[in-house]
Design a protein around this ligand. Sequence first.
Ligand code: 5GP
Ligand code: ZN
Length: 114
Amino acid sequence: MTDCLFCKIVAREIPADIVLETERALAFRDVNPQAPTHVLVVPKSHHANAAALAQADDGLADDVLKACHDVALQEGVSESGYRVVFNTGVGAGQTVFHVHAHVLGGRGLTWPPG
Ligand code: 5GP
Ligand code: ZN
């Protein structure tokens, strides 16, 4: 998609601090981190939100989820605990409409998130 921020990061048209890349997923640090570890994991192909990703019937959602866990391992937060969040829809705070998982860790995380 030409006018999508995260497609542009995938295409290396906009710089990002990339921490992990797989065949179908890319992980990069959030520009406005909310925790010591705050990484965004996206499929390289454009899907608007988690609902659309869930309907991609080729295992893409699995690849994204596995990349999230690999990021947590790489960041050293898999033992202490981490959170994977898909804000889905404007009402849930989604602002970029290329599906992305937030991987958050490295500090205590309260629940419910608010
Ligand atoms: P959302 O609100 O859609 O769940 O999350 C979007 C996230 O993208 C926000 O946490 C925001 O800080 C991050 N973000 C917005 N623009 C950029 C950017 O240009 N680069 C990076 N790395 N993160 C961005
Ligand atoms: Zn996109």
